[in-house]
Write a protein that binds this ligand. Structure first.
Ligand code: AHM
Ligand code: MG
Length: 341
């Protein structure tokens, strides 16, 4: 008899993992992942059609960060709010595009989760056909906290799951629930995210570093020295640079090929540009699960206790070798400064 290759969809995968790890689970968490999968399929369909209708361009408003909102930003945000907001599992949604958390009146035993997301990361690139993506992070709703903002302000180490979708040459969803990292490619003929990368591991060392080098003169001395070391062969081989300007894409390459991505602090922006809760935290969780690391230059990203939902953080994330070299460089450059030498 002919053997056909069977597929594993993201929903099947999450259910399988749940059965193995939490036999008592009632599928509440998996319904969240289904909501994210549905919303991102709709977003990718719209992204693929960009330019055919009038989906391109700005809407004429700015978001909470003061950035110009693109039409697709607004669409992606509404789609995630719509698809996730209908799930009983969701107590609260926090988006880059909304100033305050969106709360739902859910029973405590089902409404257990808070989902934080950047609906369309890199959207300023969309008019030039550069890959963009969605990033998400999932927390448990704290039992007794009534204030929605306080309920959300949990360190990244408390994430239950995190992931992203890249709308690139194919659409890929990468996710972790703390038991390894898995990648699913959208099969347009089936309409499902199909398991394509099992237990993803970041190479110990890579060939690329990724940073907006136009800002180098504004970086702190330790970052400038680190970039010099990457260029001068101190880490044992020659690096090339790659910078898409879309964090999800730059991170996805770093996950697959290794190396390091940096968005450092600058003289004018002491916390850099990227957001802790829906950009740095979820990617840091994935990096750690894949054998990599992530820091803000002082400590682990996932150890930071957030003070505001839209707070920014410097981000250095990547393979073990590059990250250890970064930590050593910071020690060597900053120790003499601290000692007044
Ligand atoms: P966004 O969430 O508004 O798209 O902004 C974040 C993006 C990241 O995807 C990317 O890494 C960064 O901004 C690029 O910034 P810059 O143009 O300063 O290099
Ligand atoms: Mg973003």
């Amino acid at each position: 008899m002919e053997k056909f290759q069977m597929i594993t969809t993201i929903q099947q995968h999450v259910l399988q993992q749940q059965e193995e790890l939490f036999p008592d689970a009632r599928g509440i968490f998996s319904s969240l992942i289904s909501g994210i999968s549905l919303a991102t399929k709709a977003i990718q369909a719209q992204v693929r059609r960009a330019g055919l209708g009038d989906q391109l361009g700005a809407v004429g408003s700015t978001n909470v960060q003061g950035e110009e909102q693109q039409k697709l930003d607004v669409y992606a945000n509404q789609m995630l709010l719509h698809c996730l907001g209908r799930r009983d599992a969701v107590a609260m949604l926090v988006s880059e595009e909304n100033k305050e958390p969106v709360t739902f009146d859910r029973a405590r035993d089902t409404g257990r989760y808070i989902v934080v997301f950047d609906p369309l990361d890199g959207s300023s690139n969309i008019d030039v056909n550069v890959p963009v993506g969605t990033i998400f992070s999932i927390f448990r709703r704290p039992e007794w906290e009534r204030d929605p903002t306080k309920a959300v302000l949990q360190p990244g180490s408390k994430q239950v799951a995190a992931g992203y979708v890249v709308y690139g040459s194919s659409t890929i969803l990468v996710y972790t629930a703390g038991r390894g990292v898995f990648g699913f490619t959208l099969d347009p003929s089936v309409g499902a995210f199909v398991l394509a990368y099992e237990n993803m591991k970041m190479p110990e060392q890579g060939k690329y570093y990724s940073v907006n080098e136009a800002n180098v003169d504004k970086f702190p001395p330790a970052y400038q020295e680190y970039l010099a070391r990457l260029r001068n062969g101190s880490l044992g081989h020659e690096y090339s640079s790659r910078y898409v300007g879309s964090l999800v894409s730059d991170f996805h390459r770093t996950l697959l090929k290794g190396g390091v991505f940096l968005y450092p602090p600058t003289k004018t922006h002491a916390s850099g540009k990227l957001r802790l809760m829906y950009e740095a935290n979820p990617l840091a969780f994935i990096a750690e699960q894949a054998g990599g690391m992530a820091t803000n230059g002082i400590g682990k990203i996932t150890d930071i206790q957030p003070e505001a939902i839209h707070q920014r953080t410097p981000l250095v994330i990547g393979s073990r070798v590059e990250m250890e070299a970064f930590a050593q460089c910071v020690r060597e450059v900053e120790a003499p400064v601290a000692a007044g030498r």
